[in-house]
Design a protein around this ligand. Structure first.
Ligand SMILES: *Cc1c(COP(=O)(O)O)cnc(C)c1O
Length: 429
């Protein structure tokens, strides 16, 4: 495929090669990023991109669905099995669209939704004011306790009782601790609200049983497919049978036209990969690596929001380090360590130059990195923090990172041997 590209559009081909080299030659600590397998990449770049499939299997608005119907049913079945859910919709274009679809399925515009505030670790689509979700719904935002950095379920319950929202959203984009979805479910039940959980970041940990699944306690579970779950970029909704019709209608025709069949096909592949013992080991290692980095950072005198981590990510509070998070993120980038600056709960600094640095371990874990090298990564982060203006130290760290990268190349990972074909999936072509 890339040969055709090299011949036809050498300029883009060259840029893709450069991005590949960047991904191979850097330690990528952005917690929402990963490396997909060659199998996922092949499905994503396949002829399924040529097909229009508005509707759902068996009820399409275009002909020629002999193969796509089988693929989409397979993807649904794999998702239902993996997450032990009654119903799955694999069509959302992204996590953001999946969230909006979930809200539209259960609430009318103007009704109240309640989610975690963006500066406290929530996602923009959890009702933050610049997002459409904060405009078409009345939005109430809860926060984490600024002293502990953790969710305060009593406060959340109080707020829910006061505002009686139609929907309570659990889940986060920058929260380093396990979320108690059962308590969220109980609070929602108590105030007559629906509970939507968003596991965009932690879906892979949920599959592996490391983070308790929200499925039994949620009306709808929303997720991306490309973060810890390690599939192509996309979104997915899981729900109880009673909400299946509304969910499907909210996605199509409520928000979207034709599904991206190439993505959906690649999601099916990623779901098969996630249903393996290798995936469980990978997910366990994500947390081991995260804890190893956290421990080391604490030794170096870094403050961590909530004091540590239960999952794949760490939020560093840099206020005691006398360095701007933005400046540090840029210095780290020059040293081939890629992270993002982030707000911390009750951040005194402005959002475009906040006090936190967010790092995560999914991508380095996919490369095969274990605790020992994870600790080295923490050591290098410390070195750059203490030398943000010293370009020769930064360059030296960059060389060490490159060496580490060469020892843990981006893997041509998990070509699953002899995966047998599931029954009855032959079309007549
Ligand atoms: C990443 C993320 C999303 C949005 O996903 P996109 O695919 O980027 O639209 C939604 N919710 C949470 C909690 C996220 O972390």
């Amino acid at each position: 495929m890339l040969t055709a590209l090299a011949q036809y559009d050498p300029q883009i081909y060259e840029l893709i090669k450069q991005e590949g080299a960047r991904q191979n030659g850097t330690i990528r600590l952005i917690p929402s990023e990963n490396y997909v397998s060659k199998a996922v990449m092949s499905a994503d770049g396949s002829c399924l991109t040529n097909k229009y499939s508005e509707g759902y299997p068996g009820k399409r608005y275009y002909e020629g669905q002999q193969v796509t119907d089988i693929i989409e049913r397979l993807a649904q079945d794999r998702a239902k099995k993996l997450f032990k859910a009654n119903h799955a919709n694999i069509q959302p274009y992204s996590g953001s669209v999946a969230n909006l679809a979930a809200y539209i399925a259960l609430a009318e515009p103007g009704e109240t939704i309640m989610g975690l505030a963006l500066p406290h670790g929530g996602h923009i689509t959890h009702g933050w004011k610049v997002s459409i979700t904060g405009k078409i719904f009345k939005s109430i935002q809860y926060s984490v306790d600024s002293r502990t950095g953790r969710l305060d379920y009593n406060k959340i319950e109080e707020l829910a009782k006061k505002h009686r929202p139609r929907i309570i959203i659990s889940g986060a984009t920058a929260y380093p601790r396990e979320i108690d979805f059962e308590i969220f479910g109980n609070i929602a039940h108590e105030v007559g609200a629906y509970h939507i959980s968003d596991i965009a970041h932690i879906a892979g940990l949920v599959v592996a049983g490391i983070h308790k699944s929200p499925v039994p306690y949620s009306d709808i579970v929303s997720t991306t497919t490309h973060k810890t779950l390690r599939g192509p970029r996309g979104g997915m909704l899981l729900c109880k049978a009673e909400h299946a019709k509304q969910v499907d209608k909210a996605v199509f025709p409520g928000l979207q036209g034709g599904p991206h069949m190439h993505t959906l096909t690649a999601i099916a592949v990623a779901l098969a990969e996630a249903d393996t013992p290798e995936f469980i080991s990978y997910a366990k290692q994500i947390v081991k690596n995260s804890r190893a980095i956290a421990e080391k950072l604490l030794e170096y005198g870094f403050n961590l929001v909530s004091g540590g981590t239960d999952n794949h990510l760490i939020l560093i509070d840099l206020r005691n380090k006398n360095v701007s998070a933005k400046k540090l993120a840029k210095a780290l980038d020059r040293a081939r360590i890629v992270a993002n600056y982030n707000t911390i709960p009750d951040d005194p600094a402005p959002p475009f130059d906040p006090s936190g640095l967010r790092i995560g371990t999914p991508a380095i874990t996919t490369r095969g990195i274990k605790q020992e090298q994870a600790q080295l990564v923490a050591e290098l982060i410390n070195k750059v923090t203490e030398n943000v203006d010293n370009e020769s130290v930064i360059e030296q760290v960059g060389k060490e990172v490159l060496l580490l990268c060469s020892q843990f190349p981006v893997p041509d990972h998990f070509i699953i041997p002899n995966r047998k074909s599931e029954a009855d999936n032959k079309s007549n072509y």
